[in-house]
Write a protein that binds this ligand. Sequence first.
Ligand code: C2O
Ligand code: CU
Ligand code: CU
Length: 470
Amino acid sequence: MPRPIEMSRRTVLAGALLAGFPGGARARAAQAQPASGLDLPDIPDLPLERRDGVASGRLPVERVETEMAGLPVTILGYGGRFPGPLIRLRHDETLAIAFENRLAEPTNLHTHGLAVSPRGDADNPFRHVAPGATAAYRIPLKGDPLNGGLFWYHPHLHGLQASQQFSGLAGPIVVDGPNDPGPLLGPHDERVIVLKDFRFAGREVALHRPLDWLMGLEGDLPLVNGALRPVLRARERRLRLRLVNASNARFWRIAAEDGRALTIIAEDGHTLEAPQPARAVTLAPAERLDVVLDLDGGEALTLLDVPVPRRGGRPRATAPLMRVVPPGGGRAKPDPLPARLTSRPAFDRSDIAERRRVDLSFFYINGRPMHGHHDAPMFRPRFGTREIWEIRNVDTMDHPFHLHTWPFRLLARNGAAVAGEPWRDTISLGPGETAEIGIDFSGEWGRSVFHCHIVEHAAKGMMAVLEVTR
Ligand code: C2O
Ligand code: CU
Ligand code: CU
């Protein structure tokens, strides 16, 4: 198969998207994968009981017998399903979860992207929840506006995360906060969409072969909320798609078949200053995008699953991802989006306490592999200080860098300033690329981690401990 041409990260030409579509890819896909065309499944909310600012619920993790793409399969699931139930909170609440491990192996729970405590029974990636045990998680969101937005949860036990996450352990978190752009969008239909690939061998999830630890494990079923090529029946002419990439290693790129814009309004849960229209949107593993898609006429629209060239990625052709059917009736065209969604001051570059460099190369961070949870911290930032880190991909493979607990500002990419210095918690770098990020180590302190979010790479050592000390 010819190697796809390199395209810019967020934008590609519609013409290039259509290469290989709809002929061969569609026919091949149809043969291999029987069940498609079902309505896009909605993700039910995790039932939470609310009292005195605490939202309490129970989240079992267990083996689940279900059907995916028409096949009877056994996966791992939170709350008995995939994707895991939607945890919906307000930014001034405390999440209290009774986390029941019904697996035959240990696991734990990470709330990816939230600026919350990494200590004790909160979002502590070093916790170990034994098989059969129930662990109490208590995670105060503290009214921090940074905690408003789209986040997600997944296991984080070093060594077991890759198989557990690939088997189905992932679910979305939506936090209503003061910067939510929703009220600026006018009437719209909001959908939370978890993108994740699966691969099965018979009824069981097919797990890693040796090379998958190098390349990152990708499946052959690109599922949307667990469904293959579903149909989204829009209730309004404006859609807000809240996309989560819950794949171990698959990069997702989505474009409309007719080349119309998908407009990004938030990245990693954080509202952008200005809407950013794109011909295609790309999500590296763990990234989230809130995207507005405006519909017109009565014609259904196909969203495409566009291959993202990365070394080690599973070769594939452009294929249909989902069909979008506009609502009936002569409803008015959506108003244009406002030019500004939010505003934020520039990152404060006075008194930078430390400048650090983070070199990503295969299985190492700064030339060192992580051995386990007891590793000495690579960095010890001081609580209440600001730092600038230069992240460099000195490797030949893409690596999405992720920092827990402290969302950061993306200041520059490849030496060029990034407009608006967007907030991120994950930033993917191709071979030779660099990013400059600004981190404010206030808000939380304690031991946490940063790592590559190709989960196999993290498992093999592309992770490091940091400790923010008071
Ligand atoms: Cu998605 Cu260390 O996390
Ligand atoms: Cu994380
Ligand atoms: Cu990596």
